[in-house]
Design a binder for this molecule. Structure first.
Ligand code: GSH
Length: 339
Protein backbone atom coordinates (compact mmCIF):
# COMPACT_ATOMS: atom_id res chain seq x y z
CA UNK A 1 0.00 0.00 0.00
CA UNK A 2 1.71 3.25 -1.12
CA UNK A 3 1.96 5.90 1.58
CA UNK A 4 -0.27 8.96 0.92
CA UNK A 5 1.09 12.11 2.60
CA UNK A 6 -2.39 13.57 2.90
CA UNK A 7 -3.58 10.57 4.88
CA UNK A 8 -0.76 9.25 7.06
CA UNK A 9 2.78 10.11 8.05
CA UNK A 10 5.98 8.32 7.06
CA UNK A 11 6.89 5.49 9.41
CA UNK A 12 10.56 5.72 8.42
CA UNK A 13 12.73 5.32 11.60
CA UNK A 14 9.53 5.71 13.62
CA UNK A 15 11.10 3.93 16.62
CA UNK A 16 14.16 6.21 16.75
CA UNK A 17 12.07 9.31 16.18
CA UNK A 18 9.68 8.36 19.00
CA UNK A 19 12.66 7.64 21.28
CA UNK A 20 14.00 11.14 20.55
CA UNK A 21 10.71 12.70 21.68
CA UNK A 22 8.84 13.05 18.38
CA UNK A 23 5.14 12.08 18.30
CA UNK A 24 4.73 9.69 15.31
CA UNK A 25 1.19 8.53 14.41
CA UNK A 26 0.74 4.84 13.45
CA UNK A 27 -0.89 3.44 10.30
CA UNK A 28 -4.48 2.05 10.17
CA UNK A 29 -4.63 -1.62 9.20
CA UNK A 30 -8.21 -2.14 8.00
CA UNK A 31 -8.50 -0.75 4.48
CA UNK A 32 -11.48 -2.31 2.64
CA UNK A 33 -13.92 0.01 0.83
CA UNK A 34 -17.70 0.25 0.46
CA UNK A 35 -18.17 -0.68 -3.19
CA UNK A 36 -15.71 -3.60 -3.03
CA UNK A 37 -17.33 -6.92 -4.09
CA UNK A 38 -17.89 -8.09 -0.49
CA UNK A 39 -18.75 -4.59 0.82
CA UNK A 40 -21.96 -3.57 -1.00
CA UNK A 41 -23.39 -0.05 -0.63
CA UNK A 42 -26.68 -0.68 1.22
CA UNK A 43 -28.72 1.68 3.46
CA UNK A 44 -28.68 0.61 7.13
CA UNK A 45 -25.85 -1.90 6.74
CA UNK A 46 -22.99 0.18 8.16
CA UNK A 47 -22.12 1.51 11.59
CA UNK A 48 -19.52 3.95 12.93
CA UNK A 49 -17.65 3.73 16.24
CA UNK A 50 -16.29 7.17 17.24
CA UNK A 51 -15.18 9.41 20.09
CA UNK A 52 -16.31 13.05 19.76
CA UNK A 53 -13.05 14.47 21.10
CA UNK A 54 -11.05 12.65 18.43
CA UNK A 55 -10.30 15.00 15.54
CA UNK A 56 -10.09 12.09 13.07
CA UNK A 57 -13.51 10.80 14.14
CA UNK A 58 -14.81 14.35 13.68
CA UNK A 59 -14.04 14.01 9.96
CA UNK A 60 -16.38 11.03 9.61
CA UNK A 61 -19.19 12.45 11.80
CA UNK A 62 -19.01 15.63 9.68
CA UNK A 63 -19.16 13.61 6.45
CA UNK A 64 -22.09 11.50 7.78
CA UNK A 65 -24.02 14.69 8.62
CA UNK A 66 -23.25 16.98 5.69
CA UNK A 67 -23.95 14.13 3.25
CA UNK A 68 -27.32 13.43 4.92
CA UNK A 69 -26.48 9.88 6.07
CA UNK A 70 -27.53 10.20 9.73
CA UNK A 71 -30.62 7.97 9.24
CA UNK A 72 -28.86 5.23 7.25
CA UNK A 73 -25.54 4.84 9.10
CA UNK A 74 -25.80 4.17 12.85
CA UNK A 75 -23.27 5.50 15.38
CA UNK A 76 -21.80 4.60 18.77
CA UNK A 77 -19.93 7.20 20.85
CA UNK A 78 -17.16 6.23 23.29
CA UNK A 79 -16.49 8.15 26.52
CA UNK A 80 -13.94 10.94 25.88
CA UNK A 81 -11.41 9.72 28.44
CA UNK A 82 -9.80 6.37 27.81
CA UNK A 83 -9.31 3.73 30.54
CA UNK A 84 -7.03 4.72 33.43
CA UNK A 85 -3.76 3.17 34.64
CA UNK A 86 -5.64 1.27 37.37
CA UNK A 87 -8.07 -0.40 34.98
CA UNK A 88 -7.83 -4.22 34.82
CA UNK A 89 -8.01 -4.11 31.01
CA UNK A 90 -5.03 -1.74 30.90
CA UNK A 91 -4.72 2.00 30.23
CA UNK A 92 -5.47 4.13 27.18
CA UNK A 93 -8.38 2.13 25.76
CA UNK A 94 -11.57 3.63 24.33
CA UNK A 95 -14.62 2.38 26.24
CA UNK A 96 -18.36 2.58 25.63
CA UNK A 97 -19.62 3.80 29.00
CA UNK A 98 -22.87 5.81 28.80
CA UNK A 99 -23.13 6.08 32.62
CA UNK A 100 -19.58 7.25 33.28
CA UNK A 101 -19.42 10.65 35.00
CA UNK A 102 -17.58 13.50 33.27
CA UNK A 103 -15.51 15.57 35.75
CA UNK A 104 -16.24 18.72 33.69
CA UNK A 105 -20.04 18.45 34.11
CA UNK A 106 -20.32 16.14 37.14
CA UNK A 107 -22.80 13.99 35.17
CA UNK A 108 -22.87 11.35 32.38
CA UNK A 109 -22.55 12.73 28.82
CA UNK A 110 -25.81 12.43 26.87
CA UNK A 111 -24.06 11.63 23.57
CA UNK A 112 -22.19 8.62 24.95
CA UNK A 113 -23.62 5.20 24.07
CA UNK A 114 -23.02 1.55 24.81
CA UNK A 115 -21.56 -0.63 22.06
CA UNK A 116 -24.56 -1.49 19.87
CA UNK A 117 -22.91 -2.16 16.47
CA UNK A 118 -21.81 -5.76 17.00
CA UNK A 119 -24.93 -6.72 18.97
CA UNK A 120 -22.64 -8.09 21.71
CA UNK A 121 -22.49 -5.03 23.97
CA UNK A 122 -18.70 -5.03 24.05
CA UNK A 123 -16.97 -2.66 26.49
CA UNK A 124 -13.93 -1.58 24.48
CA UNK A 125 -13.12 -0.57 20.90
CA UNK A 126 -10.16 -2.93 21.34
CA UNK A 127 -12.63 -5.84 21.77
CA UNK A 128 -14.07 -5.13 18.29
CA UNK A 129 -10.56 -5.54 16.80
CA UNK A 130 -9.77 -8.59 18.96
CA UNK A 131 -12.73 -10.42 17.40
CA UNK A 132 -10.78 -10.27 14.14
CA UNK A 133 -7.43 -11.20 15.65
CA UNK A 134 -6.09 -7.61 15.50
CA UNK A 135 -4.28 -5.73 18.30
CA UNK A 136 -5.31 -2.31 16.94
CA UNK A 137 -7.43 -0.11 19.25
CA UNK A 138 -8.12 3.17 17.47
CA UNK A 139 -11.26 5.01 16.48
CA UNK A 140 -12.92 5.78 14.05
CA UNK A 141 -14.07 2.33 12.91
CA UNK A 142 -16.45 1.70 10.00
CA UNK A 143 -18.24 -1.59 10.68
CA UNK A 144 -20.42 -3.92 8.57
CA UNK A 145 -23.36 -5.08 10.73
CA UNK A 146 -24.44 -7.74 8.22
CA UNK A 147 -21.22 -9.74 8.03
CA UNK A 148 -20.02 -8.62 11.46
CA UNK A 149 -16.64 -7.33 10.32
CA UNK A 150 -14.61 -4.11 10.37
CA UNK A 151 -14.49 -2.49 6.91
CA UNK A 152 -12.04 0.40 7.43
CA UNK A 153 -10.37 2.39 10.22
CA UNK A 154 -8.76 5.21 8.23
CA UNK A 155 -10.83 8.43 8.45
CA UNK A 156 -9.51 9.82 5.15
CA UNK A 157 -10.74 6.75 3.30
CA UNK A 158 -14.02 6.53 5.22
CA UNK A 159 -15.03 10.07 4.22
CA UNK A 160 -14.12 9.33 0.56
CA UNK A 161 -16.37 6.26 0.43
CA UNK A 162 -19.26 8.01 2.17
CA UNK A 163 -18.96 10.80 -0.42
CA UNK A 164 -18.69 8.43 -3.39
CA UNK A 165 -21.52 6.14 -2.20
CA UNK A 166 -23.84 8.64 -0.51
CA UNK A 167 -26.77 8.02 -2.86
CA UNK A 168 -26.45 4.21 -2.84
CA UNK A 169 -26.20 4.36 0.96
CA UNK A 170 -29.55 6.15 1.02
CA UNK A 171 -28.78 9.86 1.34
CA UNK A 172 -31.84 11.94 0.49
CA UNK A 173 -30.13 15.30 1.11
CA UNK A 174 -30.93 17.77 -1.70
CA UNK A 175 -27.90 19.80 -2.89
CA UNK A 176 -25.52 17.82 -0.76
CA UNK A 177 -21.88 18.86 -1.12
CA UNK A 178 -19.52 16.77 -3.24
CA UNK A 179 -16.45 16.51 -1.06
CA UNK A 180 -14.21 15.29 -3.91
CA UNK A 181 -14.67 17.60 -6.94
CA UNK A 182 -15.39 15.89 -10.28
CA UNK A 183 -13.24 18.38 -12.15
CA UNK A 184 -9.63 17.04 -12.27
CA UNK A 185 -8.06 20.50 -11.84
CA UNK A 186 -10.20 21.29 -8.82
CA UNK A 187 -9.46 17.83 -7.40
CA UNK A 188 -5.70 18.42 -7.72
CA UNK A 189 -6.08 21.74 -5.89
CA UNK A 190 -8.07 20.04 -3.11
CA UNK A 191 -5.49 17.23 -2.78
CA UNK A 192 -2.68 19.78 -2.45
CA UNK A 193 -4.62 21.56 0.30
CA UNK A 194 -5.35 18.20 2.00
CA UNK A 195 -1.68 17.32 2.17
CA UNK A 196 -0.55 20.66 3.60
CA UNK A 197 -3.46 20.73 6.08
CA UNK A 198 -2.82 17.13 7.20
CA UNK A 199 0.93 17.53 7.71
CA UNK A 200 1.05 21.00 9.31
CA UNK A 201 -2.44 21.43 10.89
CA UNK A 202 -4.33 18.15 11.55
CA UNK A 203 -1.29 16.05 12.52
CA UNK A 204 0.92 19.12 13.09
CA UNK A 205 -1.15 20.06 16.15
CA UNK A 206 -0.27 16.69 17.75
CA UNK A 207 3.34 16.99 16.64
CA UNK A 208 3.47 20.27 18.59
CA UNK A 209 1.39 19.24 21.61
CA UNK A 210 2.58 15.66 22.16
CA UNK A 211 6.29 15.90 21.29
CA UNK A 212 8.71 16.19 24.21
CA UNK A 213 11.56 17.70 22.18
CA UNK A 214 11.69 21.53 22.08
CA UNK A 215 13.06 21.65 18.54
CA UNK A 216 10.37 19.28 17.22
CA UNK A 217 7.70 21.33 19.01
CA UNK A 218 9.08 24.66 17.68
CA UNK A 219 9.23 23.35 14.11
CA UNK A 220 5.63 22.11 14.30
CA UNK A 221 4.52 25.42 15.91
CA UNK A 222 6.09 27.47 13.08
CA UNK A 223 4.64 25.23 10.33
CA UNK A 224 1.17 25.38 11.93
CA UNK A 225 0.97 29.18 12.05
CA UNK A 226 2.66 29.51 8.67
CA UNK A 227 -0.17 27.49 7.13
CA UNK A 228 -2.81 29.50 9.01
CA UNK A 229 -1.35 32.71 7.57
CA UNK A 230 -1.35 31.11 4.12
CA UNK A 231 -4.99 30.01 4.40
CA UNK A 232 -5.98 33.46 5.70
CA UNK A 233 -4.53 35.00 2.52
CA UNK A 234 -6.24 32.35 0.38
CA UNK A 235 -9.67 33.03 1.90
CA UNK A 236 -9.00 36.76 1.56
CA UNK A 237 -9.16 36.34 -2.19
CA UNK A 238 -12.95 36.60 -1.99
CA UNK A 239 -13.67 32.87 -1.76
CA UNK A 240 -16.12 31.44 0.77
CA UNK A 241 -14.37 28.05 0.91
CA UNK A 242 -10.75 26.91 0.57
CA UNK A 243 -11.02 25.63 -3.00
CA UNK A 244 -13.48 28.29 -4.18
CA UNK A 245 -17.27 28.67 -4.21
CA UNK A 246 -18.18 25.24 -2.82
CA UNK A 247 -17.47 23.23 0.34
CA UNK A 248 -15.04 20.38 -0.34
CA UNK A 249 -13.03 17.74 1.47
CA UNK A 250 -10.32 20.34 2.17
CA UNK A 251 -12.78 22.40 4.27
CA UNK A 252 -14.04 19.27 6.01
CA UNK A 253 -10.48 18.25 6.93
CA UNK A 254 -9.50 21.73 8.22
CA UNK A 255 -12.62 22.25 10.35
CA UNK A 256 -11.99 19.75 13.23
CA UNK A 257 -8.61 21.32 14.06
CA UNK A 258 -9.72 24.97 13.88
CA UNK A 259 -12.91 24.16 15.83
CA UNK A 260 -10.62 22.91 18.65
CA UNK A 261 -7.97 25.66 18.38
CA UNK A 262 -9.19 28.54 20.57
CA UNK A 263 -11.00 26.48 23.29
CA UNK A 264 -8.53 23.54 23.50
CA UNK A 265 -5.37 23.45 21.36
CA UNK A 266 -4.27 27.02 22.25
CA UNK A 267 -3.57 25.69 25.78
CA UNK A 268 -3.39 21.89 25.45
CA UNK A 269 -1.17 21.75 22.36
CA UNK A 270 0.79 24.92 23.28
CA UNK A 271 -0.32 26.50 20.00
CA UNK A 272 -0.65 29.93 21.61
CA UNK A 273 0.82 31.97 18.75
CA UNK A 274 -2.62 33.39 17.96
CA UNK A 275 -6.33 32.53 18.19
CA UNK A 276 -8.42 31.83 15.08
CA UNK A 277 -10.35 34.89 16.20
CA UNK A 278 -7.23 36.89 15.27
CA UNK A 279 -7.58 35.83 11.60
CA UNK A 280 -10.70 37.63 10.25
CA UNK A 281 -11.11 35.55 7.06
CA UNK A 282 -10.39 32.21 8.76
CA UNK A 283 -12.76 33.14 11.59
CA UNK A 284 -15.58 33.94 9.14
CA UNK A 285 -14.85 30.68 7.27
CA UNK A 286 -15.09 28.75 10.58
CA UNK A 287 -18.44 30.40 11.37
CA UNK A 288 -19.66 29.77 7.81
CA UNK A 289 -18.90 26.04 8.03
CA UNK A 290 -20.31 25.83 11.58
CA UNK A 291 -23.60 27.26 10.26
CA UNK A 292 -23.92 24.56 7.59
CA UNK A 293 -26.68 21.93 8.03
CA UNK A 294 -25.53 19.07 10.32
CA UNK A 295 -22.14 20.58 11.27
CA UNK A 296 -22.81 21.82 14.84
CA UNK A 297 -24.28 18.43 15.87
CA UNK A 298 -21.31 16.51 14.46
CA UNK A 299 -18.96 17.62 17.25
CA UNK A 300 -18.89 18.56 20.94
CA UNK A 301 -16.50 20.93 22.73
CA UNK A 302 -17.62 19.44 26.06
CA UNK A 303 -16.29 16.05 24.89
CA UNK A 304 -13.16 17.76 23.51
CA UNK A 305 -12.40 19.58 26.75
CA UNK A 306 -13.16 16.48 28.85
CA UNK A 307 -11.04 14.32 26.56
CA UNK A 308 -8.00 16.55 26.00
CA UNK A 309 -7.72 17.86 29.58
CA UNK A 310 -9.54 15.21 31.67
CA UNK A 311 -6.49 12.95 31.94
CA UNK A 312 -3.66 15.42 31.38
CA UNK A 313 -1.52 17.30 33.88
CA UNK A 314 -3.43 17.19 37.15
CA UNK A 315 -6.78 16.28 35.54
CA UNK A 316 -8.45 19.63 36.10
CA UNK A 317 -10.13 21.09 33.02
CA UNK A 318 -9.65 24.81 32.22
CA UNK A 319 -12.98 26.71 32.48
CA UNK A 320 -12.08 29.29 29.87
CA UNK A 321 -12.19 30.88 27.40
CA UNK A 322 -15.07 32.92 28.91
CA UNK A 323 -15.21 36.03 26.67
CA UNK A 324 -16.08 34.88 24.12
CA UNK A 325 -17.33 31.44 25.13
CA UNK A 326 -17.23 28.51 22.75
CA UNK A 327 -19.01 27.16 20.69
CA UNK A 328 -21.38 30.16 20.99
CA UNK A 329 -18.69 32.37 19.44
CA UNK A 330 -18.94 30.37 16.18
CA UNK A 331 -22.37 31.92 15.62
CA UNK A 332 -20.77 35.40 15.56
CA UNK A 333 -18.78 35.91 12.34
CA UNK A 334 -18.37 39.61 13.13
CA UNK A 335 -16.62 38.91 16.41
CA UNK A 336 -13.33 39.06 14.50
CA UNK A 337 -12.02 42.49 13.55
CA UNK A 338 -13.62 43.89 10.42
CA UNK A 339 -12.14 43.15 6.99
N1 GSH B 1 -5.15 7.56 10.72
C1 GSH B 1 -6.22 7.31 11.60
C2 GSH B 1 -5.84 7.84 12.98
C3 GSH B 1 -6.88 7.51 14.02
C4 GSH B 1 -6.35 7.82 15.43
O1 GSH B 1 -5.15 8.03 15.62
N2 GSH B 1 -7.25 7.82 16.42
C5 GSH B 1 -6.81 8.03 17.79
C6 GSH B 1 -7.80 8.88 18.54
S1 GSH B 1 -7.68 10.55 18.18
C7 GSH B 1 -6.77 6.67 18.50
O2 GSH B 1 -7.77 6.00 18.63
N3 GSH B 1 -5.58 6.33 18.97
C8 GSH B 1 -5.46 5.17 19.77
C9 GSH B 1 -4.47 4.24 19.31
O3 GSH B 1 -4.12 4.32 18.14
O4 GSH B 1 -4.09 3.46 20.13
C10 GSH B 1 -7.47 8.04 11.08
O5 GSH B 1 -7.34 9.17 10.61
O6 GSH B 1 -8.54 7.44 11.17
Amino acid sequence: MTQNNATEESQANAKTRRASGEFVRGISGFRRHIGDPDVPAEPGRYHLFVALNCAWCHRVTLARNVLGLQDVITLDVAFPNRTGDDDAVGPNLWEFAPNRIASLTGAPLAECTGETGTGQGLRLAKNIYQREGSDEQSVPILYDKIDGRIVNNESAEILHMLDAQAEALGSTRQNRPHLVPADPEARTAVEALNERIYVTINNGAYKAGFSSDQAVYAKAFEAYFDTLRNLETLLGEDRPFLAGATFTEADLRLFPTLYRHDPVYYVRMKLNGARILDYPYLWRWLCRVYAMEGVAEAGSLIHCRQGYFGRSWNGTIPLGPITPSYPEAYAQPDLARSI
